[in-house]
Design a protein around this ligand. Sequence first.
Ligand code: M6R
Length: 608
Amino acid sequence: MCGIVGYIGPKQAPSILVEGLKKLEYRGYDSAGISVLNGSIQVKKAKGRLAVLEEKLMAEPLEGNLGIGHTRWATHGKPSDENAHPHTEQSGNFVVVHNGIIENYLTLKEELIQKGHQFVSETDTEVIAHLLSDLFDGDLISTVRKAVAKMSGAYALGIIYKNEPDKLVAVRLASPLIIGLGKGENFLASDIPAILEHTRDVIILNDGEMAILTQDSVQVTTLTGENLQREPLKVDWDIETAEKGGYDHFMLKEIYEQPKAFRNTMGSRIDSQSGKVVFPELQLTKDEIQQVDRLYIVACGTAYHAGLIGKNIIEQLLRIPVEVEVASEYRYKNPIINERTMVMVISQSGETADTLAALRESQRLGAKVFAITNVVGSSVAREADQVIYTWAGPEIAVASTKAYTSQLIALYLFAIYLAQELGTQDSALLQQLVEELVKLPEKAEQILANTEEIKQFAEGIKEKEHLFFIGRGLDYAVSLEGSLKLKEISYIHSEAYAAGELKHGTLALIEENIPVIALATQESLLDKTVSNITEVKARGAKVLGIAYEDNTEIGKSVDQVITIPRTHPLLSPALSVIPLQLLAYYTSLARGNDVDKPRNLAKSVTVE
Ligand code: M6R
C-alpha cells in the first residue's frame, strides 16, 4: 500500500521525507519519490528500493522547506520511474502524491486529453495533477475542492502548488492520512511511524476531511469548506508498535484489515446502478467463455485452498468441471490441455516458483492463463494473459489471511460474472449473491468485534498435540485452511477431514479430550455433519462448532459454539474462516511462538 509523507517548516525537507518514507517501508512498495518546492517544483523518483532514490539524491541533491514524498505500491501501471509518484502536470504548477484508487480516472483522463493535456504515466494519480491545473481558479484550496468533487474512489492526497509556497494540502477519503503537529513545522503522513521522530501530537484525519498545513498552523475542514475543530492525540507507541498500527502483530492487523480488503476487492467491480458484476480489466468475449469446457485452478498452500472454494462456486454456478491442482504437482503431471481449457493461477505474492512454473507450463501447452494475484508487477501478473488483482494491500505476516479472503471475493465475482455472461443461472440468484457479497465486510466486522470465546478456546488447546477440523462441502474446504493456519503458526499437529470420511480410518485417532473443530454452516448438509459430530463426541472428543448465529440447535451437539452472521451458503467461507484465523493466532500467541515469522517458513516461496 502506498505511503505518503509531507513536510512544511524551516528545515530541509528532502531528508525528513526520505527518513519518513523509510518508516513506511513495512507497507510494501516498488518505487519511491520526493518533490520539493524551491522556486519551482522539483521531483526525483525511482523504481525500486528507497536506496535507489537516495543514490539519485546524492548525485543530484534537492533543497527546499516544503515537500511531499511517496512510496508506491503499484495499482495502475507497472512499477517504473514514470509511474512512481510524485506526479506533476505539463505546466509544472501542481505536484501530487496519492494513496488509493481514483475509480473514474479513465473518464477524467479522456476529457483532459481532449482538452490538450499530455500524460506521461499510466497512473490514475497523474490525472489529479492535470485536473487541478484544468480547474484552477486562482486559489489552491478552492481548486482542490473542485477537483475532489469530480473524483470518485478511495484516496489520500498530498498536494503542493508552486505559487502558494506557504501551503501543503492534505485530503482524505477512505485511505489513511494523519497530520503531525510540530513547533514551527508540520507534517503529513499515511501512518504515525513516519513522523514519530519529530512529534507525538497527531491529528488523524477522518474520511471526507481536508487539512491545510502551513509552517505554524493546521486547519482541518470538510471537503466543502466548513471548518472543523480537531483535538490532537498524544501518541505514546514505540515505532515498532506504530508500524503495526497498534496491533501486536502484522497477522492480527491483517486479520482486522479483512473488511477493508473485501471492499477493495469488490471496488468498482460491482456496478451500483445495475447491481451486476463487471470486470473492465478482462478481455473475454462471451464466445470465448462459451468455448471453455474445463477449468484448471492451480496454486500453492492457502491460495490452493482458495482454489478449492473457487471450484465449488464455479461448478455450482456454471456447471463446468473444475480441477484444482497443487502447482508443484501440476507442473510435472503433463496436464490435459486443449483450446477449450482455461487455466487460472492464484498467488498472493505472484512470485511463488511452483505457481509460476505451472503458469509457464500451461502457456507452453497452449492455454490462456488467468491470474488472481495481490502484487501488481509481480512475475505472475506480468506473465499471465489476464490478471485480476485482489487489491488487499501488502500482506507481511507469513500466515496468509486477508489475501485468502480477498482471493475468495475475487473468485466469487469472477464466477458470478461468467454466470451472468452465459446466463447459466437465474438472474435473481446472481442478484442475491451480489447483495450478500456487499454485506460481507460488515458481517466480518461483527465477527472481529467479538473474540473473547476464541481466545478462551485457544488457551484450552495450547498444550494439545493433535487436533482435527471437520466439515462437509464448502465447510470441508475451509477446514483445510483452518488446519493449515493452525499448523503453520502454533506448530500443533492438525488434520482436516471431510466429516463423512472420518469413519473410514481416521476415527481411530479420536480419543478422550481430543479437540475437534466442526464447521457447520452448510445447511443442506447439516444433519449429516451433526451425525459425524456425534460420532466423535461418542469417542470423547471436545467439539467446537462454527455455525450461523441463528442456529439454535447446534449447541445441543457440541461443547462450545462460535457463531458467525448468516450469509448465502456459497459465501460462508469468507466469514467462517475468520474465527479459524483468530484461533490460530491466539493459540500461537499462547504458546509463545513468533506469530509473524513461524519457524522454517518464508513469506514468498521462490524456490522449488
Ligand atoms: O504467494 P502465494 O499465494 O503464491 O503463496 C502460496 C503459499 O506459499 C502461501 O499461501 C502459504 O501457504 C502461506 N504461508 C499460508 O499461510
